[in-house]
Design a binder for this molecule. Structure first.
Ligand SMILES: [Zn+2]
Length: 371
């Protein structure tokens, strides 16, 4: 991954290069941004830059042995740690051997992908993934090993917020006292949930979302045709991963589905709502979260509209729908529906029963809409 493969964010790229040029590289850095933004690509481009044998003043070369191996995620001095299914003690190697090739494919196919897309690629939609204590033991091992090629040794920890507290505590010491030329790059989508003892030992690298124009140009360069690229870029809130997803989904089925759902609530269509919650529970954890997140972002736009402001970004069809939806419900009801969806998402993340959670949500919304 090179900086040039990431659209925009020029200021940040400059800062990262300049830290290297000035010899001021923090040994533990926390790349943080929202899911779907360029957080992981930025950390990988940075790792490539540090390791590249022919770097320029702005980017790695992309073709030297180090760049090529980092691109394939097979560099012996870059140790990857990422969320996996938990394994009983003696099965860790097996879990790792199965997960690692998939993770490499995932990063190659969807570098802007988030945890949900990883879960799908990994085929573990119904499992809670984590960075386990065995992973942290592996990290300690990585740190104690010498660098294979004599240069930097990098531990890249993707989604460190999924370390349980015992694995997080296990790595505190190595974060504090790293051996020479050892770097930790933590790549987080929710660094607020990391232990303060971890964040205080790292330097924060904030990776902001892209602008709508940057997303649109990027989609266009990837061959996605005009109006579809424009619409996906507008809806993506600067998240390249989401933009891809929306562009590929085309005329959003999720969007029509949301309309139907609201109508079912409106009409107190209990049979429809029960069937919907059953379909929802069969769709897998990742897809359940995507569905709720999509609803949340639509309702958020309706709330903005109802408050008399212009929602940030939307297609014409969506603007028309949101306008009607917002006018019909009014702000107090919209805010309730918005809060209910957020609560349901939190319940789901805490492993509540998806069928019951969704049915309760529908019934609560039915009460609000008809109240
Ligand atoms: Zn290179």
């Amino acid at each position: 991954m090179q900086f040039s493969e990431i659209p925009g964010l020029e200021e940040l790229k400059k800062q990262l290069v300049s830290a290297h040029t000035r010899g001021k590289i923090a040994h533990a850095q926390l790349f943080a941004g929202r899911p779907g933004t360029a957080v992981l690509p930025m950390a990988l481009a940075y790792a490539s830059y540090l390791m590249c044998e022919n770097k320029t003043e702005v980017d790695s070369c992309g073709t030297c042995a180090n760049c090529v191996r980092i691109k394939k995620l097979v560099h012996p001095d870059i140790h990857l740690h990422f969320p996996k299914v938990s394994a009983v003690e003696n099965k860790y190697e097996k879990v790792l051997a199965e997960a690692l090739p998939r993770f490499r494919e995932f990063v190659a196919e969807s570098p802007f992908g988030d945890l949900e897309s990883w879960t799908r690629k990994y085929g573990q939609e119904n499992k809670n993934l984590l960075i386990s204590r065995q992973d942290s033991r592996q990290m300690l091992k990585n740190v104690s090993m010498r660098s294979v090629e004599g240069g930097y040794k990098i531990l890249l920890i993707w989604v460190p917020e999924l370390m349980n507290s015992s694995s997080a505590n296990a790595i505190l010491k190595i974060l504090e006292e790293p051996p020479e030329k050892t770097l930790y790059l933590l790549v987080s989508y929710n660094y607020d949930s990391l232990l303060a003892t971890i964040t205080s030992r790292t330097q924060l690298v904030n990776v902001p979302p892209n602008t709508t124009d940057e997303v649109q140009n990027y989609l266009a360069a990837k061959g996605i045709e005009g109006s579809r690229a424009i619409q996906a870029a507008k809806l993506s809130e600067g998240k390249l991963g989401l933009a891809f997803h929306l562009a590929e989904a085309g005329d959003s089925h999720e969007y029509e589905d949301f309309q139907t759902w609201m109508l079912e609530c409106w009409n107190r269509n209990l049979t429809g709502l029960v069937r919907r919650s059953e379909d929802f529970s069969k769709s897998g954890k990742a897809s359940q979260k995507t569905t709720l997140n999509f609803a949340i972002s639509l309702i958020r736009n309706a709330v903005v509209h109802a408050s008399g402001q212009q929602p940030a970004a939307q297609s014409e069809t969506e603007a028309a729908f949101i306008g009607k939806f917002a006018d019909k419900l009014g702000l107090p009801k919209l805010e309730k529906v918005y809060a209910l969806n957020n609560e349901a998402l939190i319940h789901l993340e805490r492993n509540s029963n998806p069928r019951i959670t969704h049915l309760n949500l529908s019934l609560d919304i039915t009460r609000v809409l008809n109240g």
